[in-house]
Design a protein around this ligand. Structure first.
Ligand SMILES: [Zn+2]
Length: 318
């Protein structure tokens, strides 16, 4: 089955390139300079014709050894990313955080609320993309359809986070291009050197996005972007264990912890806000972990619970 390129995320195609091009350049070198110097191709390819394969994250491609590296995105991955961001934003903020702060949290999501109900359906569709291709359900929220005022509010926030998440992922690939990591792959390099290159790419992508965000409030949407960019990558593999087992990549949960510590939130409320989000998404993605920590326990000491989850993932993914 071919998916015709009429996806709602195409409405944000230019926002993605804008966010990437306007992220802070590394070490004073602008993107246009890198293009002029032949380090990267100015065009970002968009692959629309992935059939029944799982969505593919951004990648660097060099048609031959002498060619200039090109960055590629896939439409199916962008759909996964937006629907992942939107649905978790609504579920987490409206479905969990709000009732908790108001003291009305019952221990489970209020599925009688149509906004939450639709977000849960979108999350289900998002997760289904890793095993089967299907068209965006027309009645669910998307970058071109907000069924209610409140969904529009979340949708616009999701648009902003989405473009930054895509910019972060592109920034990671761009750092590989500038660091000539692609050439290194063809030579016999140790796993350790590859791990270092991956870490460097994450740090550079992080800096290009977050460098000028000095206070907690400015970091909020960027933190959402980085965390969802990483966690949605769980759905790029049809085998969840594989996502944690990549021999030549730092393990996903360690990347997550590293970037969380780099975000360095000062306010007490944010120090638990993002670790709690990570725990809830990881618990949902890997039910085999059987964490079953109560939301109250995570709310109390999210950092500690996240450490416990990371240990369990390490043992489980071996
Ligand atoms: Zn990489």
């Amino acid at each position: 089955m071919n998916i015709p390129p009429d996806s709602p995320v195409l409405a944000l195609e230019h926002n993605v390139t804008w966010a990437f091009e306007n992220a802070t350049p590394y070490s004073g070198k602008s993107l246009s300079e890198s293009v002029q110097n032949g380090h990267i191709n100015a065009e970002i390819g968009l692959n629309c014709n992935q059939v029944d394969a799982p969505p593919q994250g951004p990648f660097l491609h060099r048609p031959n050894a002498k060619a200039i590296p090109e960055m590629h995105l896939s439409l199916k991955h962008l759909e996964l990313l937006w629907s992942f961001i939107y649905s978790w934003m609504v579920i987490y903020e409206s479905g969990i955080q709000k009732p908790m702060l108001e003291g009305s949290w019952s221990g489970s999501l209020d599925i009688t609320n149509p906004i939450i109900h639709r977000a849960l359906r979108l999350r289900e569709w998002s997760a289904s993309l890793r095993t089967s291709a299907s068209k965006w359900p027309a009645d669910l929220p998307s970058p071109i359809h907000y069924p209610s005022k409140q969904e529009q509010w979340y949708g616009e926030k999701a648009n902003l986070v989405f473009q930054q998440a895509a910019a972060f992922l592109l920034g990671h690939e761009y750092a590989h291009a500038l660091g000539k990591h692609l050439e290194a792959k063809t030579h016999d390099v140790s796993d350790y050197e590859v791990l270092l290159a991956e870490k460097e790419a994450d740090v550079r992508a992080f800096e290009s996005l977050v460098e000028f965000a000095t206070d907690d409030d400015e970091k909020l949407d960027k933190a959402w972007a980085i965390i969802t960019a990483l966690l949605s990558s769980l759905y790029l593999c049809s085998d969840m264990k594989q996502a944690f087992r990549q021999r030549r990549h730092p393990q996903l949960h360690h990347r997550l912890q590293h970037l969380l510590s780099m975000l360095n939130f000062q306010g007490e409320q944010y120090q638990s806000y993002f670790p709690m989000l990570c725990v809830i998404i990881l618990e949902y993605a890997i039910p085999e972990l059987e964490i079953m920590s109560s939301s109250e326990a995570i709310f109390e000491d999210a950092n500690h619970v996240l450490e416990d989850v990371v240990e369990r993932i390490t043992a489980w993914s071996k």
